[in-house]
Design a protein around this ligand. Structure first.
Ligand SMILES: [Mg+2]
Length: 231
């Protein structure tokens, strides 16, 4: 299958469209800057250490929790780091932006009568901050966060619970995500149409060691922009 064939399927037979948030719909520059710069900066201040040392400590913490529910839980991080993570996110909310053509794509999906689902590992507080800033929340029929499903998207049990919750037909479902491990997990579960969104961040690669670096896919079917899927 190529992207052209997938586009045809999308506007003919696909019923459910599940979309990841960070890096897929939204520019991951916000998250990269947040975890790679702002958090280490504040952590260094709080614990009287250099920025470099804070970065080292934090990046190894991030790495050890990647792909777990704790990684996505900003209350966990607030406690763990003794920093008010939601308040820090609010401070840089001006960096929250949707990728180009995302809104056009969501409008087209609604017009096409698709069931549009936000499927994210992000915490509800983060979802709320991002939806408020971008005003994209109105296009979704439903939000499923991994905390509700009990597992992150990398885990097949996320998909079992998502199917129970949404009642989608795997054969008529499209899922789009920027993280290869998550895409792999959806394919293994049997979602028929799965796409990687390239160019997760508008400003190049993620800082080394932070989760979900800005990989470009050769292995999976992928798009650079949502304009490639418009009818
Ligand atoms: Mg993502």
């Amino acid at each position: 299958m190529d992207v052209g064939e997938l586009r045809v399927a999308l506007w003919s037979r696909i019923e459910h469209v599940l979309l990841d948030m960070d890096g897929t719909l939204m520019d991951k520059y916000f998250d990269d800057y947040f975890w790679g710069h702002l958090v280490p900066e504040r952590y260094a201040e709080k614990h009287a250490m250099t920025f470099g040392r804070a970065k080292e400590l934090l990046f190894s913490k991030y790495k050890s929790l990647e792909g777990t529910l704790n990684w996505t839980d900003i209350d966990f991080w607030s406690e763990e780091l003794h920093l008010d993570i939601p308040a820090l996110k609010e401070q840089i909310r001006h960096l929250i932006e949707a990728h180009p053509h995302v809104e056009d794509f969501l409008i087209a999906l609604k017009k096409g009568g698709k069931k549009v689902i936000l499927a994210t590992n992000a915490h509800y507080k983060t979802i709320a901050i991002k939806m408020k800033k971008t005003e994209l929340g109105r296009y979704f029929d439903r939000v499923i966060a991994s905390s509700d499903m009990g597992y992150p998207k990398e885990d097949s049990r996320f998909w079992i619970n998502a199917e129970k919750t949404l009642g989608f037909d795997r054969d008529r479902t499209l899922f789009i995500d920027d993280t290869h491990e998550v895409v792999e997990s959806a394919i293994n579960y049997g979602i028929r149409y799965v796409l990687v969104k390239n160019m997760a961040s508008s400003r190049g690669n993620s800082p080394q060691g932070s989760p979900n670096s800005n990989q470009k896919s050769n292995k999976y079917l992928s798009i650079d922009s949502f304009s490639e899927l418009l009818p």
